[in-house]
Design a protein around this ligand. Structure first.
Ligand SMILES: Cc1cc2nc3c(=O)[nH]c(=O)nc-3n(C[C@H](O)[C@H](O)[C@H](O)COP(=O)(O)OP(=O)(O)OC[C@H]3O[C@@H](n4cnc5c(N)ncnc54)[C@H](O)[C@@H]3O)c2cc1C
Length: 417
């Protein structure tokens, strides 16, 4: 089934009875060429690109819950490519280019909206850092503009420009950055993979990884054993636990990140805006809700819900930056489990077990990485070689100390990135 304007009109006129499920609900087979553990954004996009780019269609995605129930459906949907360090720069640049053609590629409306992101700065030092970051972004070939205080005032008139504590000096704008509808990204990739023959198996938890003579043989699941010579672990916040099934100890801590949404309002925030002096960022969803968030809850946890001190902190930051937010009623808050690495940059690599691959460590920035991660992880799984855009995301940098990418410059503490 292809989506088109004509199809929408036809279905609308005939009672919407012709739509078919987006993906099948197959029983797991006893053997596949490759298994992807985890049906989040990264797992589904990996399966899609394995099928599309490498012709591997005898694949299963094993998801312990339902598609879209993990972080891919819990994030604040920001998509950007404004990274500073080599390694990250080229990867996110590639990912943003994939976003730009994604809806056509998937024949699916993921509501990708390039509304621009403005990262505010509040001191001379922060302006210097923004200029350096801007130059790095330009060198990578991506767009960026340095905004003066007056430029920001024109674009974001609702911010508080009078407060003395965190005066707004200007901002760094990336016009090609923006948002996308997160569930639709999961559904679009799931549908695209399914159409190419990939089995998406929900309610199927992987409980063991079978290894013989240093090579992976398959997995144990709540729906029986499944054989495969290639297995990819792509389980975000559960990476440490699933890797432990293969005897690995990852340099990852799992932490909670919360987000919030208000009641629907008339359009008032045109961009994605981030506060440079505290952890606060905001955008407005297409339904009108103000979607915003802040920092991690700071303690390691597998609970996908946050606690009150961080709620208070985020609300305070929001009120400091844009007092108008105080008039909006908060509708909901939720949390997700973040796979935090010690340098804040991800891992896409082989493991010491032949045929076992891992893609994790996306911290709280992995939604924008969904296309690029799936593309490059599929390349690694299919060809056994790293894709050039993700060549620096090696696991052994945490053992050797060579090639660490501390984007935030906060040192080797997981919860500070
Ligand atoms: C509040 C919040 C805000 C965020 N905001 C942004 C943002 O604005 N921009 C951005 O770029 N990123 C953001 N992120 C980060 C982003 O959501 C994640 O980095 C990314 O979604 C993680 O990859 P994923 O989609 O594959 O994860 P998930 O969707 O969590 O997928 C992993 C899947 O693995 C499954 N799984 C786990 N264990 C097993 C097992 N044993 N067997 C089978 N399946 C298993 C899980 O059920 C889950 O569905 C945010 C995250 C949160 C929580």
């Amino acid at each position: 089934m292809r989506f088109s304007g004509l199809r929408v009109i036809k279905e609308g006129l005939s009672g919407n009875k012709g739509w078919t499920p987006h993906w099948r609900n197959p029983e797991p087979k006893s053997e596949y060429d490759a298994i992807i553990i985890g049906g989040g954004g990264h797992g589904l996009s990996t399966a899609y690109y394995l099928a599309k780019n490498h012709g591997m269609t005898n694949i299963a995605v094993l998801e312990k819950g339902y598609i879209g129930g993990g972080n891919v459906g819990r994030n604040t949907t920001i998509v950007r490519a404004n990274y500073f360090l080599p390694g990250n720069s080229e990867f996110y640049s590639h990912s943003l280019k994939l976003w730009e053609g994604l809806e056509k590629d998937l024949n699916y409306n993921v509501m990708h909206s390039q509304r621009g992101q403005i990262a505010l700065f509040h001191s001379d030092g922060q302006r210097d850092a923004a200029v350096r970051r801007g130059n790095a972004i330009r060198n990578q070939g991506d767009d960026v503009e340095l905004l003066s205080r007056e430029d920001v005032q024109r674009l974001l008139p609702y911010l508080d420009y009078e407060q003395a504590r965190f005066p707004i000096y200007g901002g760094l704008l990336q016009k090609r950055a923006g948002t996308a509808r997160h569930d639709a990204v999961a559904w679009g990739y799931a549908r695209g993979a399914d159409q190419r023959g990939v089995d998406i198996i929900q309610n199927c938890e992987v409980t063991g990884i079978d290894i013989e003579n240093g090579a992976v043989k398959g997995v144990q699941t709540t729906r029986g054993a499944i054989c495969a010579k290639k297995v990819g672990i792509v389980v975000a916040g559960r990476s440490g636990q699933v890797a432990a099934l293969a005897g690995m100890r990852l340099p990852i801590e799992s932490h909670v990140l919360q987000a919030f949404v208000t009641e629907g309002l008339k359009p008032c925030i045109d961009h994605v805006v981030s506060f440079g002096m505290g952890h606060f960022y905001i955008s407005q969803s297409d339904k009108g809700g103000l979607v915003f968030g802040g920092d991690l809850d700071f303690y390691a946890s597998y609970a996908a819900r946050g606690n009150l001190p961080m709620v208070e902190h985020v609300m305070e930051a929001g009120m400091t930056l844009m007092p108008m937010i105080g008039k909006a009623k908060l509708l909901r808050s939720w949390g997700g489990i973040m796979d935090m690495t010690p340098d804040g940059s991800p891992i896409i690599d082989k493991t010491d077990t032949k045929g076992l691959f891992i893609d994790c460590g996306w911290c709280y920035g992995g939604f924008k990485a969904v296309p690029g991660s799936g593309y490059s992880f599929a390349h690694l799984m299919a060809t056994d070689t790293h894709h050039e855009s993700a060549a620096k995301f090696r696991l052994d940098r945490f053992r050797t100390g060579v090639g660490l990418m501390d984007e935030e410059g906060t040192g080797a503490q997981h919860n500070l990135h």
